[in-house]
Design a binder for this molecule. Structure first.
Ligand code: GTP
Ligand code: MG
Length: 328
């Protein structure tokens, strides 16, 4: 399965309806005044930020979005109905570009449930009523409706989350997010179980945090190996990192430096983010081994919590550690 965190779609807002030319007709009024109504406005295309979404995959199935045109005006000063707007749901952190101008984003979708108009519907044309003046009581002018905007749009997702869980494949990241939050990701005893990021909401002491679980990172990820770069960009914008190591691994020191090297070669700032190091799978190793590694990493300046994502041991302490470091 290919993970999609980009999409190119074509959008076309509705055209405005045409204004109407019409004159009032009634018994005993031979020459009624103008009564042609305005056309309706074309529908807009609106992107809506959705906290629950974590991928743009849907937009690769449906690529063309056309909003309804406004209806034409009619006699009796009846305004044409406005075209219906189209709403496209996208995850928070979606950056929106006009494909013709890939440098400056149009929007960075950051707010839940907020709508961003990317293509505006054409305005409705004026009916002849609007052209009446004291010298021209029987105008025959009207406007056609305005054209709806159209655009090829490039959407790029860089998830917005407070905490990003990073680690080698199979270290227990997804198991952990399922314990910390309401998320229910796939968990499997093989590397690269997670192919798309998962978001979950963690609550601790009445505060909530959005946590992201991304696919495992391997050596060379920053150069595109494994699932590579695609996911590292999702943690660029998190406020803090949760580094996860597997205590049952043969060389934790190597695991640790692999992760930090990959993060650092992708973007140095990631390595300077606030972070907590969690040593997972305490249930698989002796207490002695767990303590030894904890001390080792604390000695080099890490904030360390030992946990078992499987049994739940240490999870509350980990929540508190994440909480304390967060300056909100
Ligand atoms: N014994 C034990 N097993 C664990 C623990 N945490 C996770 N596992 C197991 O480790 C395996 C991998 O767990 P996942 O949560 O899928 O690991 P992941 O880091 O998300 O893996 P990828 O998505 O492939 O990178 C599964 O078989 C889990 O049941 C733990 O604390 N103790
Ligand atoms: Mg996983």
């Amino acid at each position: 399965m290919k993970f999609v965190d980009e999409a190119k779609i074509f959008i076309k807002a509705g055209n405005g309806g045409q204004g109407c030319v019409s004159f009032r007709r009634a018994k005993f009024i031979p020459k009624g005044g103008p009564d042609g109504g305005d056309g309706g406005k074309g529908g807009d295309i609106i992107l809506v930020g959705k906290r629950g979404l974590s991928s743009l995959v849907e937009l690769n199935y449906k690529k063309i979005y056309k909003a309804e045109n406004g209806k034409n005006g009619s006699g009796n000063n009846r305004k044409g109905r406005n075209g219906k707007d189209i709403y496209i749901s996208v995850p928070l952190g979606t950056i929106v570009y006009n494909l013709d101008n890939p440098i400056i984003p149009l929007y960075d979708v950051a707010e839940d449930e907020k709508g961003y108009v990317v293509a505006r519907g054409g305005r409705g044309g004026r009916g002849n009523t609007r052209f009446a003046t004291s010298t021209n009581r029987t105008p025959v002018q009207f406007d056609f409706g305005g054209e709806g905007e159209e655009m090829a749009v490039h959407l790029v997702l860089k998830l917005l989350a407070d905490i990003g869980i990073v680690g080698l494949p199979n270290t227990g990241k997804s198991t952990l997010i399922s314990k910390l939050t309401d998320a229910k990701p796939q968990i499997g005893d093989y590397p690269f179980t997670t192919l798309i990021p998962t978001l979950g909401v963690m609550t601790n002491n009445d505060k909530t945090f959005v946590v992201a679980d991304i696919p495992g990172i391997i050596e060379g990820a920053s150069k595109g190996k494994g699932l590579g770069l695609m996911f590292l960009k999702h943690i660029e914008r998190t406020k803090m990192l949760l580094l996860l190591l597997d205590l049952s691994s043969t060389n934790l020191e190597d695991d640790y430096s692999t992760i930090l090297n990959e993060l650092g070669s992708f973007n140095e700032e990631i390595v300077n983010k606030d972070r907590v190091l969690a040593l997972n799978k305490t249930d698989l190793v002796s207490d002695y081994r767990a303590r030894k590694w904890k001390k080792h990493f604390m000695d080099i300046g890490e904030r360390v919590v030992s946990i078992s994502a499987l049994t739940g041991r240490g999870i509350e302490a980990l929540k508190d550690a994440l909480h304390l470091k967060q300056d909100v």
